[in-house]
Design a protein around this ligand. Structure first.
Ligand SMILES: Nc1ncnc2c1ncn2[C@@H]1O[C@H](COP(=O)(O)OP(=O)(O)OP(=O)(O)O)[C@@H](O)[C@H]1O
Ligand SMILES: Nc1nc(=O)c2ncn([C@H]3C[C@H](O)[C@@H](CO)O3)c2[nH]1
Length: 329
């Protein structure tokens, strides 16, 4: 039944089928029947933008690795510097289901000087709204799943989605570092799963190119994005980016294995498009970006097709690379 649905195109898209430039959308997503939200395989998400605290699938290995990495993290760098300014900020970027959350958990358990802020997916899946018909009536609460709405009707919901995703990322990036990072004598790092920059230069741009965001919406998005990023200035700047790479087919395999209900209609072509966006932005540097610091930002590229979820040797290699990268920022 689900398989049948997966090949039915969006009614919304069909409506636009005769308009050049909009027909391409149908190749990237298929309609899926509304499914009750569930989060198989999820971990302690940052509901209130608090950091991930759950151990990885192999907590024993991680725990011993954590001690090793932390002892290496300790350096004699002046602890008299302003704590907040010393905390480095790095985002993890990469295609859908490439393993960012899995990698984030690995980092979180590897060193207590690294604090990971998860992407607030559950917020996007549970948007509460209140409506009151009359002053003396109790308000009616409804919950909507914007992630699902965006995948089911991208032309209708992509702009709304990008406003909300960007706002929630901004909020995450503005969170002050936790006290233990401020007092750390090592190399404290706040790590974000994606950023306000990938919101614009990967997803929003992609949705615009697919015709899911129209040129007016794109102009409006870019205007407020530039304004906000400039207004918040160094508060939302990053010192580095970790870019996880893998072939889109590998991401598709992991996406299917994860079985997040909203993503049932995502097609390989969509992941291929996102892969190209990442490569243009972070490797070829051909994406037109608008913030000086972002143009110079150091990028650590890691091959995420390796089974870093379960192989302690691969995990160790990754941690070593990440540590050197952080130290050099
Ligand atoms: N290195 C790996 N080897 C094998 N499986 C992996 C690896 N990394 C992640 N996975 C599996 O792939 C799926 C997706 O991983 P994960 O949720 O970490 O991706 P993500 O990049 O955070 O996704 P999203 O883009 O949706 O935020 C999960 O089922 C996870 O268990
Ligand atoms: N359209 C769109 N814009 C975004 O900024 C964005 N960020 C994440 N996602 C989708 C990918 C995963 O399905 C899921 C979790 O990452 O949410 C996005 N989709």
């Amino acid at each position: 039944m689900v398989g049948l649905y997966r090949y039915v195109m969006f009614s919304q898209v069909l409506k636009f089928n005769k308009q050049p430039g909009l027909t391409q959308v149908k190749r990237y997503f298929c309609i899926v029947p509304p499914v009750q939200f569930s989060r198989p395989g999820s971990f302690l998400r940052a509901e209130n933008n608090t950091a991930i605290t759950q151990a990885t699938t192999n907590p024993c290995t991680m725990a011993s690795q954590a001690k090793k990495s932390c002892s290496r993290c300790l350096s004699s760098k002046a602890s008299s510097q302003d704590g907040k300014a010393r905390v480095k900020r790095v985002s993890i970027e990469g295609n859908i289901a490439i393993g960012k959350s899995t990698f984030a958990r690995l980092l979180q358990s590897a060193c207590s000087d690294w604090e990971v802020m998860a992407e607030p997916v559950s917020k996007w899946q549970n948007i509460e709204s209140e409506t009151s018909k009359a002053v003396d009536e109790p308000p009616q609460k409804t919950v909507s799943n914007l992630l699902q709405m965006m995948y089911q009707e991208p032309q209708r919901w992509s702009y709304t989605f990008q406003t909300y995703s960007c706002m929630s990322r901004l909020r995450t990036q503005l969170q002050p570092p936790p006290a233990h990072l401020l007092h750390s004598e090592g190399t404290p790092v706040q790590v974000y799963e994606r950023s306000v920059y990938s919101d614009r230069y990967i997803f929003a741009l992609n949705m615009f190119e697919l015709g899911c965001i129209n040129s007016t919406e794109w102009a409006v998005y870019q205007d407020w994005h530039t304004f906000l990023v400039e207004q918040f200035g160094h508060q939302v700047e990053l010192e580095g980016i970790i870019y996880l790479t893998a072939q889109p087919a590998k991401c598709m395999e992991r996406l299917e294995q994860r079985r997040r209900s909203e993503e049932q209609g995502v097609k390989l072509e969509y992941l291929e498009k996102l892969h190209v966006q990442h490569e243009k932005w972070l490797v070829e540097k051909s994406t037109l970006t608008h913030f000086e610091k972002l143009k110079q930002i150091p990028v650590l590229q890691l091959d995420a097709s390796a089974e870093f979820q379960s192989d302690p040797e691969v995990q160790k290699q990754f941690i070593t690379k990440v540590k050197s990268f952080f130290d050099a920022l």
